[in-house]
Design a protein around this ligand. Structure first.
Ligand SMILES: Nc1nc2c(ncn2[C@@H]2O[C@H](COP(=O)(O)OP(=O)(O)O)[C@@H](O)[C@H]2O)c(=O)[nH]1
Ligand SMILES: [Mg+2]
Ligand SMILES: [Zn+2]
Length: 297
C-alpha cells in the first residue's frame, strides 16, 4: 500500500488499486506496508489492520522520533555518482542498514560519463573492495547529455536485478535515483502514488513514490538521505554490516571481538596482510567513533 495525502492506496492481491481511509491510529503506515481493509457502510474502504512488518527504513520526524518511510523492503539499490562526489562512508551506512533489515544490497555508480573526469584511483579501489566481498556494482548512465550523445548504459542490468522484489533506491540527492527509475520503468508502469508527510515544515517534507512494474516487482524512490537513520544502531549492528569480518572473526580469540583493541584479533591481522580492505576497516573504526558522539548517524 502507499499513502496519498490523507488517503492510502491499497493494491489488492488481484492487483487492483483501492483508495482507503485509515483511522488516526494507522497514521504511521508507510509505503510498502501490508494491510487488511474492508468496505464501510458509506461505500468507501477503510484499513482495519496493519500487518507485521519484516523491516522498515526510518527517518526522524519533526519530534526526532524514528518514523518509517518504507516497509517490507527486500532490496536496497544504493546509488552513488561521480558528481555529487561518492561518499563511501554513506555507502557503508546503507550496507549496514541492508544487513540489519535482512535486505539484499546492490551498488549503482551512476553518471559513468563523468568518471574519466572525476574518478580517482582511491574510488576505483573502493569499488573493487565492494566487489571482492560479493557486492554487485553496476555502472550506469541514466540521463543523456544535452546533445543526447551519451547512450544509456547499465540500465537493463539494474532492471534485471529488480525482478520479483520490492526495492528501494537510496543515495544522496542529485545522484540520479529518479532518472534511473524513469529509465527502468517500462511504458506500462503504474505509479501507485506518493506518501506525503505533510505538516513537517517545508524543509523536511518528503515524498516517497511507489512504482509497480510487474505483479511482484515494486520500486520505491526515496526522499533525500540526509536524515536517514536505522531504527536501532549499536556497535554490533555496525560490525555485522561489515560482512567480510564475520567469517574471519571466528578466528579471533574472543567470540565477541570488536576488532579494535583486543589481542589476537584475526580481522586486524587480515587488514595487515591485505585480505581485508584497509579502507573498509578505517571506515568501520570511524563509524564506531561516530557512535560515541551520537546515537544516530
Ligand atoms: N551526466 C549525467 N547526469 C545525470 C545522469 N543521471 C542523472 N543525471 C542528472 O543528474 C541530475 C539529478 O538527477 P535526479 O534523477 O533528479 O537525482 P536524484 O536526486 O537522485 O533523484 C539531473 O539533472 C539529471 O539529468 C547521468 O548518468 N549522467
Ligand atoms: Mg529524486
Ligand atoms: Zn577481532
Amino acid at each position: 500500500m502507499t499513502r496519498y495525502g490523507a488517503e492510502l492506496i491499497v493494491q489488492t492481491e488481484q492487483s487492483e488499486h483501492i483508495r482507503c481511509t485509515a483511522r488516526r491510529k494507522f497514521e504511521h503506515i508507510a509505503c510498502g506496508d501490508y494491510v487488511c481493509w474492508q468496505e464501510s457502510q458509506q461505500g468507501n474502504a477503510i484499513v482495519t489492520t496493519l500487518l507485521a512488518r519484516k523491516n522498515a527504513l526510518m527517518r526522524p520526524d519533526r519530534r526526532h522520533q524514528p518514523k518509517a518511510i518504507a516497509a517490507n523492503i527486500e532490496q536496497i539499490i544504493i546509488v552513488s555518482s561521480w558528481r555529487p562526489k561518492p561518499s563511501w562512508m554513506l555507502v557503508d551506512q546503507y550496507l549496514i542498514a541492508a544487513q540489519q533489515m535482512g535486505a539484499e544490497a546492490i551498488i549503482v555508480i551512476n553518471k559513468s560519463d563523468l568518471s574519466k573526469q572525476y574518478a580517482q584511483e582511491k574510488d576505483w579501489q573502493a569499488i573493487r573492495d565492494y566487489e571482492s566481498i560479493g557486492y554487485r556494482v553496476i555502472e550506469t548512465i541514466a540521463a543523456d547529455d544535452e546533445a543526447g550523445i551519451i547512450n544509456k548504459q547499465g540500465v537493463s542490468t539494474v532492471r534485471q536485478h529488480l525482478e520479483d522484489k520490492t526495492s528501494i533506491f537510496v543515495g544522496q540527492s542529485g545522484v540520479g535515483k529518479s532518472s534511473l527509475i524513469q529509465q527502468v520503468l517500462p511504458e506500462l508502469a503504474i505509479k501507485v502514488g506518493d506518501i506525503s508527510q505533510s505538516g513537517e515544515g517545508k524543509h523536511t517534507t518528503t515524498t516517497a513514490d511507489l512504482y509497480c512494474i510487474a505483479a511482484d516487482t515494486y520500486m520505491i524512490d526515496s526522499p533525500g538521505v540526509r536524515d536517514f537513520m536505522l531504527s536501532e544502531i549499536n556497535a554490533d549492528i555496525i560490525r555485522d554490516g561489515y560482512r567480510e569480518f564475520t567469517e574471519i572473526g571466528y578466528a579471533c580469540r574472543f567470540a565477541n571481538c570488536s576488532h579494535t583493541h583486543e589481542p589476537h584479533c584475526q580481522v586486524k591481522k587480515e587488514v595487515e596482510t591485505g585480505l581485508i580492505s584497509i579502507g573498509r576497516y578505517k571506515r568501520y573504526l570511524a563509524k564506531l567513533d561516530l557512535l560515541l558522539d551520537t546515537d544516530v548517524f
